[in-house]
Every structure is written in C-alpha cells, then in structure tokens.
Design a protein around this ligand. Structure first.
Ligand code: ADP
Ligand code: ZN
Length: 703
C-alpha cells in the first residue's frame, strides 16, 4: 500500500514525487519532533507542514509575517480542497468571528496568523484549539542577526513553552550560522533537527552586465522584454524615483508595466500587486519592497537595474523567478556609482562594518570572471564541483592573458600620482588625455602620462577593477575613492609577482550571447494549444477572482500541452493536477485539448459557481447539464466539489447506501488511491463514474 504521505501528495497536490528532504521532514513532524527547515525560495518549504497538517487530526497553526503571502497560500490551499483560513489585521470583525468559529469547531486544517495576532489571542480562544503542529514561516525574522528582524517574533518563545508537546517547525530561506543558532534559541527549539536543502536553482540563468550607460541599459531592457511578449517579470531599482522613470520609459514603448514602491499608498500598492499576480500587468518595476509576499510561480525573469546591497537579498530576489521550475532568466546591471553610493549609506547606518563587508562581496560577485553560481553557492556554504553552464561566464568564458606589464603601468601611474586620485583620473593620465584637471595638477609631466594610449577607456576600467579584485589596489571610499597600492600590489610593481588578466567582454560579444541564450518557450509543446490553455485559465481566474497560477501553474499547463490528456485518468496523471482541481477544472481544460485534437466538443466555461446558482434555483443535475451544455458527469463533479467545500448540496439524494458501501470496499482494497478508473474496473463497470465520484466525496467527508 502506498504511504499515506505519498497518497496526499498525489491526490491533493497532484505531484508524483517528493523533493529532496521533504519526506524526511514530514515523517519527523508526524513523529512529533521539531525541525528547522532551510530551503531556498521556491524550494517547497510549505509542503513540509501542509502535508502533516492534512494527516494530523486537529489544527496546524502557521505563523507568517506577510499578509499578502498568507492570503495567497490560503487561496492556493483552498483551490486544492483544503480547509484553510487566515487571520490578520486585514480582515473584518465578522470575518474574524467566522474564522474563530470554524477553528473552534474543528473545521479548519490550517490556520495562518501574523505573529502579533497570535500573541494577542494566544490566551483566549486559541487555547481551545486542538493544535497539532506549529509552523513558523520566515523564521529569520526572529533573529537580530538577520536582515529582517521583527520584534513581535521574539514573543513566540512564550507560545512555544505553552505547547511543549506539540512539534514546531521553523522555516526560512535565509539564515547564516549565527542567525540559525539565534533562531533555535529564540524559539526554544533545543531538539530540532536542521534540514538544509541545496540552494542551487538550476533553472535560473545568471547574467551580469557591468558599466552599462543608462540610455543603453534602458534600450537593452526594452529589447529584452520585446522578445518575451506576454511573460511576467520584475525589474528591481534602487530608488523610488528610478522605478517610476524606468516604468514610464517602458510604458512609453508600449509594454505592460507598472511601478511599485513604499511611497505609494496601501490601496495603490495592493492594486498593482494584484494586477501583476493576475497577469493583468506583465512587468513590475519596483524597489525591493516588492515581492516579499508574492508566491507567483510564473515570473520568467528578474532584472536588477542597480547593484543589490548584499548577496542574500540578490539571491532572494532572483529566486522570485521560475518558482515553477521552468527555465527563467536573471540579469544584474551594476556600475561603480551604485557601489559608492551604498558604501556611503553603509557608513551612516547601523552595523556599518558588516554591511560594507556584505556589499564588497556583492561587488566581487558582479566583477567575477568565474562561474557565478559557484561563487553564489559557496557564499551560502555549498560547494559545486563543476561549473554550472547556465551563467554568462560559463557561456562565454573570459580569455585570460599575461597582464603583468599592463598592471605595472597602472600601478606605477597610481604611485606617481601620489595615491590621491580615483579611477577616472588614473585612466585619463594613462591614456594621455587633455583636460583642465590634468593641466592644473601638471600630470602631463609624469612618466606614465600616455603610456596606455592603446587601451580603450572602458577596457582600462575593467582591468583596474580586476586589479582591485585581485587585491593589488584598494579603493578608499572614505577618501573620494582614491586608489592605493596594497602590499601585493607592490610585489607586482617590483616584479616579484606575475598577474593574469582577462579580456573584457565587448558589447558585441554580449549581443551574440543574447542570441544564443536559452529561450523559455522552446521544448516539445504545442505553442498554440499552450496559448489557448492560458486563455481559458485567465478566463477562469477572472470568474473565480483568483490568480491564474493558483488554478494551474505554467509547468502544469505546458505538460497538458505536450501530453494532451483527454480522459480523467490521463488528466490526473499530469503533475500539478490533484483530485480537487481535476473535478473543478478538468473538463474545461480537456475540452480545449479535445478541440485542439479536433474531437470537438462544445467549449464553455464550466465553473462550479454557475452550477451552484442553478442548483439553488432548484434545477436537477440533468436540467443543469442541458442548460449549460455540459455532460452530466461534469455537473456531478461540480456538485461533489461544492459539497466538499462545505456548500449546502444534498449529495446523498443521488446515491444509495448500498452503492457507497460497494465503492468504499473497492476504494479501500485499492489502497485508497483517488483514481476513478481502477474502482470502475474493480466494480465490473457496474457503477458509473459519477456515482464513484460522489461516493468518494461522501466517504472522505464523513470519516
Ligand atoms: P517555498 O515556500 O519554499 O518558497 P513553495 O512551498 O511555495 O516554496 O513551493 C514552490 C513551488 O513548488 C510550489 O508551486 C509548489 O506547489 C511546488 N512544489 C512543492 N513541492 C513539490 C513537489 N514535491 N513536486 C512538485 N512541485 C512541488
Ligand atoms: Zn556558471
């Protein structure tokens, strides 16, 4: 017999296999033990507490600081037929009371709460609940060492003590060693086991473009989006002003774009975010305030318009692309101006040294000439043995050459200028430029004046930065970015050490690279059908007021477009299709596929909502089917669906106890797999699919 956890994974969520660690975490939790789950964004953390929540008899409390994420997750759970709700400051008193009643009556499997709400109710009605598991999402918020400390989180310890017998699970995508220790202490997880999954997100391509002028940057981005019509993406900017500027520019070129930043009022932000989630706006240009609470799985690209402040933030932000596992692209633009600006901010802020160190690491990453994924993952303590093959450096490896003489020219230039000037002045002197500064400082008299004429300004810039990265030069940000020679630099200057430099990538190389870059629309799927499936998904999402990706994510749609399922069993075999979604939407999507295969059937939007309306009007299933031009099987599946959602539908009237008993027996012997065909066969084709479906719904609901 299949393990119960697998059955739930397949029947409820529609997935065939657990991802690494999920199963172990779930088993441990069901055993009643604490866990600490560290997985990247999109790694599948939620499943770790959602499956135990469905298996336990009682309620699972999920603490999350992000209101919009809560809503999103609850919606996704409900779409899979799970009894979940949330409770935070955004809902009305009536809604609140409704949720409380459901929770107390044992009518909820998962309840999401913000930490402050949890604390405020922990001594009232929460005590009456049969709590079986507590999951603390975004657990890094508990640590002062993290980058997103929230004081409310520190009170969770008291809550933990009051439930010492209940397993706790802390989940986060970012926590270094000290933060981890802190989180365990703060939450009182003394016997928890740490689970760290790979942070490698292979489906994300990584590209860095340095020193691109603003005008060209906008042009490149515009071209990039042009080639990816109808795909969702996020562009992160440093400042609010920037987001508006970039958004307006792109809008002017006819793209579907909106901006988002903390200076907008609550409603405006909500609306922008909702439009993005619902695919009504394709691209958001935002400050980093955007994306925290977003679970959108079909974000196909993330562009950083400026250098991020640290690798933690960068990785989290690019991680918002490709949650569905499909190839997605990320591009980071940066220039030294961003870096200098941040360094100055860091000087003024708290934890200044740490912030600067993190910023330096960020810059080193951007400047690096070796596999970017290797660098990134090693920062998070994971060491790849092979180059990734999916970053700009791997795809276009730099050529290196013996660069000692070139380096010596630059270093001696710095020495002769008294280590007082910055990079631009150095290059102008090396290239023998003529300008007022050079004249007033009499630099044209230096021996190094004009010794680097043959190298372009941009190439010099690249070389000098490489020298800084190799530790030969230090950029003194506190002294107007003056260049100073380090002890290693002196060794090179004296001829005791040789240096290799890499050839800068020219803009033409980059163009070539763009052409060869993997597109996300390849593969063995039929694009027209995929577009049709997207359309029907969009229509349903509008009707049900739900983000399109919650209905089915892109990956699932692509599978439909390649596998072409036209029977219920084939449809259920598609990854991402659980029983509930099959019932609810299967017929419509299959109709599109059938039509595509030219076995035409009338195509009509068949949501349960309309069926319920007609049912309430007193029509019987046959009449509803006629009126809606749908099969009776579909109407029965709608009614079953409505019934499991708790709607007032008298399902029993359509079936005899005898039939239910027959189905129950077959269902149990077949390992309680929710698959209609085997049961149908087992019962010698004597019980119809509709009857089997209704029976299973009743059996599950009344256990
Ligand atoms: P996280 O919370 O770690 O950011 P999620 O829990 O939102 O990630 O999962 C990301 C996506 O991966 C979701 O669309 C989820 O349904 C999917 N997913 C999770 N576990 C599996 C699995 N075992 N097989 C296939 N998809 C999965
Ligand atoms: Zn690589």
């Amino acid at each position: 017999m299949m393990k119960q956890t697998h059955t739930v994974l397949k029947n409820v969520f529609g997935y065939d296999n657990f991802r690494p660690l999920q199963e172990e975490i779930i088993d441990r939790t069901i055993d009643g033990k604490d866990s600490f789950v560290l997985m990247p964004t999109g790694g599948g953390k939620s499943m770790c507490f959602q499956i135990p929540a469905l298996i336990f008899e009682g309620i699972t409390i999920v603490v999350s600081p992000l209101i919009s994420l809560m809503k999103d997750q609850v919606q996704a759970l409900k779409a899979n037929g799970i009894k979940a709700d949330f409770f935070n400051s955004s809902i009305s008193t009536e809604e609140e009371n409704e949720v409380i009643t459901k929770a107390i009556n044992g009518d909820l499997q998962l309840l999401y709460l913000s930490p402050e709400k949890l604390i405020s109710v922990s001594n009232t009605w929460l005590r009456q609940l049969n709590i079986k598991l507590v999951a603390i999402d975004e657990a890094h918020c508990v640590s002062m060492w993290g980058h997103d400390f929230r004081p409310e989180y520190t009170q969770l310890k008291v809550f933990r003590r009051s439930l010492s017998q209940v397993p706790f699970m802390a989940l986060t995508a970012t926590a270094d060693k000290s933060a981890r220790k802190d989180i365990e202490e703060q939450l009182g997880l003394s016997n928890s086991k740490l689970f760290i999954s790979s942070f490698d997100r292979k489906n994300l391509s990584i590209e860095v473009r340095g020193q691109v002028q603003k005008k060209r940057k906008l042009q490149e981005i515009s071209n990039f989006i042009e080639r990816r019509k109808n795909e969702s993406g996020i562009i992160y900017c440093l400042s609010r002003k920037n987001t508006e500027e970039v958004a307006n520019h792109l809008k002017g070129e006819g793209h579907s774009v909106a901006f988002y930043h903390a200076g907008m009022n609550h409603e405006e932000r909500e609306e922008t975010q909702t439009d993005f989630i619902n695919d009504d706006t394709k691209i958001i240009v935002a400050t980093i305030a955007f994306g925290m609470g977003i679970d959108k799985s079909n974000v196909r690209f993330v562009i950083h318009y400026n250098l991020p402040k640290n690798l933690e933030g960068y990785y989290q932000e690019i991680g918002r692309a490709g949650r569905d596992g499909l190839p997605s692209e990320t591009i980071l633009y940066y220039n030294m101006r961003d870096f200098v600006l941040y360094s100055q901010f860091a000087d003024d802020g708290a934890n200044s040294d740490m912030q600067k160190e993190k910023l330096n690491r960020m810059l080193q990453f951007a400047e690096a000439k070796s596999c970017r994924r290797k660098i990134l993952l090693s920062y998070f303590g994971e060491h790849l043995t092979e180059n990734c093959g999916n970053c700009d450096v791997c795809e276009n490896p730099p050529k290196d050459f013996e660069g000692t003489i070139l380096t010596q020219k630059a270093l001696s230039g710095i020495v002769r200028m008294g280590e007082k000037d910055g990079i631009t002045m150095l290059i102008n002197v090396l290239r023998g430029s003529n300008n007022a500064d050079i004249h007033s400082k009499q630099y044209f008299t230096l021996k190094t004046y004009g010794i680097g004429k043959d190298v372009s300004f941009f190439d010099w810039r690249d070389y000098v930065i490489q020298m800084a990265n190799q530790g030969l030069i230090e950029i003194m940000y506190a002294e107007s970015s003056a260049l100073k020679i380090t002890p290693i630099g002196w060794e090179v200057l004296k001829g005791d050490k040789t240096i290799r430099l890499t050839t800068p990538t020219s803009p033409t190389d980059k163009k070539k690279q763009q052409k060869t870059a993997k597109t996300t629309t390849g593969g063995d799927i039929n694009k027209d059908l995929f577009t049709e499936l997207k359309k029907i998904r969009y229509a349903i999402s509008k009707e049900e007021k739900m983000p399109a990706y919650i209905i089915f994510n892109d990956k699932t749609l692509r599978l439909m477009a390649s596998e072409l399922p036209t029977t219920e069993n084939q449809f259920l075999a598609i990854s991402g299709v659980g029983m509930n979604k099959m019932e609810k939407y299967g017929e419509e999507f299959m109709n599109v596929i059938r039509k595509f295969k030219s076995v035409s059937k009338p195509r009509k939007i068949a949501t349960t909502v309309t069926t319920f309306e007609l049912y309430k009007e007193g029509l019987n299933p046959t009449e509803i089917a006629e009126k809606r031009n749908l099969s009776i099987t579909t109407i029965f599946s709608h009614l079953s669906q409505l019934y499991s959602e708790g709607k007032k539908v008298d399902l029993e009237q359509y079936i005899s106890t005898e039939t239910i008993n027959k189905v129950r027996e077959a269902f149990n012997t077949l390992g309680r797999k929710i698959e209609l065909k085997p049961i149908y066969d087992k019962l010698n084709e004597e019980v119809s699919y509709s009857e089997i479906r209704i029976s299973i719904t009743l059996i599950l609901k009344n256990e």
